[in-house]
Ligand binder design. Structure first.
Ligand SMILES: Cc1cc2nc3c(=O)[nH]c(=O)nc-3n(C[C@H](O)[C@H](O)[C@H](O)COP(=O)(O)OP(=O)(O)OC[C@H]3O[C@@H](n4cnc5c(N)ncnc54)[C@H](O)[C@@H]3O)c2cc1C
Length: 367
């Protein structure tokens, strides 16, 4: 970890990649750290198949798209072709991106900031947080459950093992379907256990149909309704395991009886939804302000908005936040006052934030 980048960029979506592209053009050194398997993973994960991508721009926005290269075309294309275009763009421009690196924390140093990730530490003079608004929820179990996956890039990884998928919605169902299919195609008899804390699963008709089809074709599934992940533990052989309780009998003597299943954590995928980035801001010691009635027009009473300067710098010096991570509004410090600032969650906003933040960083580095 010798190199000190001018900017470390967390997240390779529209905001992060625009930041990278502008840095490259302006001769600032940078590195994008993206947790997904490829850039624009946030979009790949959240847009439905075949969705058209629009170059939407808020009516009252004065500026054009400031990074034309990432602007979706006027005649909307499907998300699949937009993603393909972006892949080519990254290759063609030779942008400096490392994928499958998950951001964890930031440490202040005398000569800059150290970013702590799942793949080691990186050093930068400034950090731009552009990790979007969809932060996967963690399993809250006693013990550590960090090894549990939150999505599936390669379902064939689960062939030959009993797999546990946790969550009751469409995302969990999609994961179950993709693993069932991969197992069925390789005649793997090990089942997929699908667990949800409620008694009923909540999936849309189209997903339910695809799941039904997969089961009828021979998919081996075991449903665990009313099951709750309880504890992360290490077994006698040093394997990290997740224990999930599948039923519980309260007894009059106060000693409860229950059944539980224990899975190696590397066979577990938890699709339990996403949350906004506020818990990460808390962890990083970045200040937020709770909205009180009458003060905020977009956020609701009690919502916590991150506090930023007009240049998108947070209360943690050298740490900037842009894009979906600060949408739909944030608290802006300008001309001695603090006000809620509208910030629509659009590719346009993410891209233009990038332009402004690189300008600000360039000035602050005296370049
Ligand atoms: C269904 C849907 C349809 C939409 N359609 C449109 C549209 O047609 N036009 C439009 O303008 N906008 C649309 N939007 C909004 C648009 O996609 C967002 O405004 C835009 O993606 C925000 O860009 P971003 O770079 O800030 O965040 P994201 O696109 O979310 O990118 C953040 C990146 O950070 C990565 N990341 C997250 N956590 C970490 C971590 N810990 N470490 C490292 N990397 C991390 C993610 O994998 C992701 O790749 C749509 C949104 C949705 C959900």
């Amino acid at each position: 970890m010798n190199r000190i980048y001018d900017i470390l960029i967390i997240g390779g979506g529209p905001a992060g990649l625009s930041t990278a592209f502008i840095c490259q053009k302006q001769g600032l050194s940078y590195l994008v750290l993206e947790s997904g398997k490829s850039v624009f993973q946030g979009i790949a994960n959240t847009y439905p198949q075949g969705k058209l991508v629009y170059p939407s721009k808020p009516k009252d926005a004065p500026e054009p798209f400031l990074v034309e290269e990432l602007r979706p075309p006027d005649k909307p294309v499907t998300v699949e072709s937009y993603l393909q275009y972006v892949q080519h763009f990254v290759q063609h421009e030779n942008l400096n991106v490392q994928t499958e690196v998950a951001f964890e924390d930031i440490r202040d140093e005398r000569d800059g900031l150290t970013v702590i990730t799942s793949k080691g530490n990186f050093k930068g003079k400034k950090v731009v947080l552009s990790f979007g608004s969809n932060i996967p929820r963690e399993l809250s179990v006693y013990g550590d459950a960090k090894m549990v996956a939150k999505s599936v890039d390669d379902p064939s990884k689960y062939i030959g093992v009993k797999t546990l998928v946790i969550g009751g919605g469409n995302t969990a169902a999609d994961v179950v379907i993709s693993i069932l299919k991969a197992k069925r195609e390789k005649s793997d008899i090990h089942p997929v256990y699908w667990a949800h804390k409620s008694e009923t699963f909540d999936v849309n008709k189209e997903t339910a149909q695809r799941l039904g089809e997969e089961i009828l074709l021979g998919g081996n599934i075991r449903l665990l309704q009313g099951a709750t992940p309880r504890i992360g533990e290490v077994d006698d052989e040093g394997v990290d395991r997740l224990v999930i309780r599948i039923n519980e009998f309260k007894q009059s003597d106060g000693i409860d009886l229950y059944h539980a299943l224990s899975f190696p954590m590397q066979n577990v995928i938890a699709c339990i939804g996403s949350q906004g980035p506020v818990p990460i801001f808390d962890k990083l010691g970045i200040q937020t302000i709770a909205c009180t009635s009458g003060v905020c027009k977009i956020a609701k009473e009690g919502d916590r908005l991150v506090l930023l300067t007009a240049e998108f710098e947070s209360t943690r010096k050298g740490v900037y936040i842009i894009g979906g991570a600060i949408s739909p509004s944030f608290m802006k410090i300008a001309a001695g006052s603090i006000q809620e600032e509208k910030h629509p969650n659009l590719i346009y906003t993410a891209v233009n934030d990038a332009h402004h933040v690189v300008e600000a960083v360039r000035k602050s580095l005296g370049r």
